[in-house]
Write a protein that binds this ligand. Structure first.
Ligand code: BG6
Length: 516
């Protein structure tokens, strides 16, 4: 008989076997949030840090500094933080009691002019005081959550104020850079030049929150902790791979940003290409951050950027018009706030890439992402080749190819589709699924991506952060498409209704998309 799993002699729920206790991060530190009065801070970053405090992962010796234009004193900013946590945390995690009191006393604020070195000198002095008062050990994590045009300015002033990179035994300095990393290849390269004057690559943490999602991290385990998948993970068995990041929401209050970005820049250049790299890379020699990131870069370098005259063949763009989502009528993109009434910005992008290497020669990788589609779903679908000879189910039944679906959200797990005999005397077959879900498999809810990523930045683990060579390559891959789309208007826009499967041109590009 197999013994029930135990921890310290106590029997535990078998589903939870192997789950680590929630480990407190040992490194003390101050985190400085540049742009702390903005949307990302209140919706994502502050809740992530507070939730880490609640679940015991945040270091005991910790301080949080808000640095932004809005005028607050320390108490005013504490009140602001409390109100945001009240609004954005679930009922069982509201800010109250001694946990909140302790968290609040560690909060400081600097109302700053990003153009003035003097405010960064104030920050330097404050960090020194935090080190004394809260034992933060000279460790400083700078989180850039400002609008991207401000990034280079912040980095320059950090240097002027003597807050540049350090890892000298008396503490470290690291910088977390939010996306978008540039708005095109040139601006990304310019930003990188500014950053590398001040911070070496080992101190730069470029966030792509998709990499913090648990099922995305599981891609590596699925591929390299099992014997059964890797032997068939190549051109001999795989017909195509499709990667979808679909949303049912529109641009919400972000029309001003989005109308200058579009789906290719907003989602494909970063999140979706990162998924492609993980699913297609070669086995890394170890789980060390750079061994994994070397393989991701290598596989991206095996994709050739399209020539301008190939762009129409390998891509499709769309823009939503009015439609219906969840039974409610919704407006079209051109009617959204802060969007030009004749906007040519794409809210849907699809691209077909080929990876020119030994493993993937001839296998299409089809990527799509869009807003106001039929439902929110992110998944990777590996479609295997058809059976070589059909003698079974030779009636009217269609024998479907096997599929492996990596479900990223809203469901999290892995599903495998295969053919099974329909019960009864006839030799009919039908597709069935084997379905693994994280929630039921492990009995836990995956932590939000930002908690994992902020924790890793404090620990100094860069595995889930994108290295500059991969960011640059991703820009090189989308640049020809961006250039063609910017220089030629699509007169069919709007070409899909909100709530639909996307534009017909996407089906022309790749007829086998999974139904959303
Ligand atoms: C962000 C994009 O990076 O990702 C947004 O800027 C998008 O436009 C969001 O809505 C999607 O993230 P998620 O985790 O909801 O899929």
């Amino acid at each position: 008989m197999i013994a029930a799993p135990t921890v310290d002699g106590e029997a535990i729920n078998p589903l939870r076997a192997g789950l680590p206790p929630s480990d407190r991060i040992e490194e003390p530190c101050s985190i400085v949030f540049f742009g702390a009065s903005g949307d990302l801070f209140k919706r994502m970053l502050l809740p992530a840090v507070y939730s880490m405090r609640l679940n015991g992962t945040l270091p005991t010796d910790f301080a949080l500094v808000g640095f932004a234009r809005t005028t607050y004193d320390d108490d005013g900013f504490r009140e602001y933080c409390r109100a945001q946590l009240d609004a954005f945390m679930p009922d069982d995690k509201k800010p109250e009691g001694s946990v909140w009191d302790d968290f609040a006393r560690r909060i400081r604020y600097i109302a700053a002019d990003f153009k003035d070195t003097a405010d960064f000198v104030k920050l330097k002095n404050l960090l020194a005081r935090n080190d004394e008062e809260f034992g933060t050990g000279g460790n400083h994590l700078f989180y850039l959550a400002t609008p991207p045009p401000v990034f280079p300015e912040v980095v320059r002033h950090l240097k002027n104020a003597g807050l540049d990179a350090r890892d000298d035994g008396a503490g470290w300095t690291r910088i977390v850079v939010e996306k978008p990393f540039g708005i095109d290849l040139e601006s990304a390269q310019a930003l990188q030049r500014e950053i590398e004057k001040v911070f070496p690559e080992a101190a730069v943490y470029r966030i792509d929150h998709y990499l913090g999602k648990e099922p995305v991290q599981d891609i590596i385990a699925l591929r390299f902790a099992n014997t059964i998948f890797e032997p068939i993970w190549n051109r001999n068995y795989v017909q195509n791979i499709q990667i979808t990041a679909a949303e049912s929401i529109g641009v919400e209050e972000r029309g001003g940003y989005y109308d200058h970005a579009g789906a290719l820049r907003d989602m494909i250049q970063n999140h979706v290409i990162n998924l492609l790299a993980l699913v297609a890379m070669e086995p890394p020699v170890s789980s060390h951050a750079d061994d994994i990131r070397n393989e991701k870069s290598k596989v991206l370098s095996a994709i050739s950027p399209a020539a301008y005259d190939e762009v129409a063949d390998i891509s499709a763009r769309g823009q939503y018009g009015p439609g219906v989502i969840d039974g409610q009528p919704v407006k079209g993109y051109r009617q959204e706030d802060a969007v030009a009434p004749d906007s040519n910005t794409e809210t849907f992008a699809a691209v077909r890439f080929c990876i020119d290497n030994w493993r993937w020669s001839g296998v299409p990788f089809c990527l799509r992402s869009g807003k106001r589609l039929a439902r929110k779903v992110s998944e990777i679908v590996v479609t295997f080749k058809p059976i070589p000879h059909r003698f079974y189910g030779a009636s009217t039944d269609d024998i479907e190819p096997n599929l492996l679906v990596i479900k990223i959200q809203p469901d999290e797990g892995i599903a495998m589709r295969f053919e099974a005999k329909v019960p009864g005397p006839k030799d009919h077959v039908r597709s069935v699924y084997m379905d693994f879900n994280y929630g039921t498999g492990f009995g836990v809810v995956s932590p939000p991506a930002y908690e994992r990523l902020i924790g890793d930045a404090i620990r100094g683990d860069q595995t889930l952060f994108t290295r500059w060579d991969a960011v640059e390559r991703a820009w090189q891959l989308v640049t020809p498409i961006l250039d063609v789309w910017t220089s030629s208007k699509d007169f069919s826009f709007p070409n899909y209704a909100a709530g639909s499967q996307g534009p017909p041109s996407a089906v022309k590009l790749f007829p086998d998309w999974r139904q959303l």
